[in-house]
Every structure is written in C-alpha cells, then in structure tokens.
Design a protein around this ligand. Sequence first.
Ligand code: FES
Length: 133
Amino acid sequence: MKFLKRIFGICETPLPGNPQAWSVQNGSIRIDLTRMPELKTSGSGVRLEGRGLDPRLLVLHGDDGKYHAIANRCTHMGRRIDTIAGSNTIECCSVSKSTFTYDGKPVGGAAKKPVKAYPVVQDGETLVIALSN
Ligand code: FES
C-alpha cells in the first residue's frame, strides 16, 4: 500500500484539522499551537496549503525539538515531503525518496537542489513564519 501511495505521490503528512489554527498576515504565517495538535510531538508535521500560499509549506516539529518550515515541493519533480520521525530528516513521498535536512539541504535520493527553508520564531504558543526571507 505504501508503495502505491509513493507511485501516486500521496503524502502521509496531514492538513490541519482546525482551519482556525493558522493565518497569513502581512507576509507571515501565524500558527496557534494550542489549536494545532498535529505539531504536538517531535517528529510530527502539518501541511499548510491554499490561502494564497506559494509555495505550499511543510511545518514540522523536529526531532531536535525545534519548529521548522520548508517549501513543500521536492526539487526533483515537485512532490510533497513528509516528516520521518526519529531520523532528523524529511523525505519526499515519491518512489525516489529524496531526503533533506530540516534546513532543506538534499542528503539522499534524486533531488540535488535544496528546498527553501523559512525562519520560524516561537513566541509562547504562537509560531511566526516569515515568508519573505
Ligand atoms: S519528486 Fe521527490 S524524489 Fe522525485
């Protein structure tokens, strides 16, 4: 089943269950962690798509305990990227399984170019992701 998902490029990372948990304002994304259970544990992640976002984003709670945001478009053929808990890396959902560090550097698979990473600042239970950097 997992192989079929890879053939069709179906990722594992969910969209937010609560649409009120995030917003786009003045070139930044704000995430209310109290409404975003998808990011509760290390190794977890969530997809942010729509609302004018280009590119779509993968926001993750890394194994390092920090939050990271990257463009969710693999630089090989554009498929979405998943978190891989316990690996300190993220991985494309396609059969070629390109892997990247949390700052977007390619470390395995077909992709040779980095994916763009965005700075994430945590202020209490709020994450702010600057899109312009
Ligand atoms: S699209 Fe990601 S490895 Fe091919």
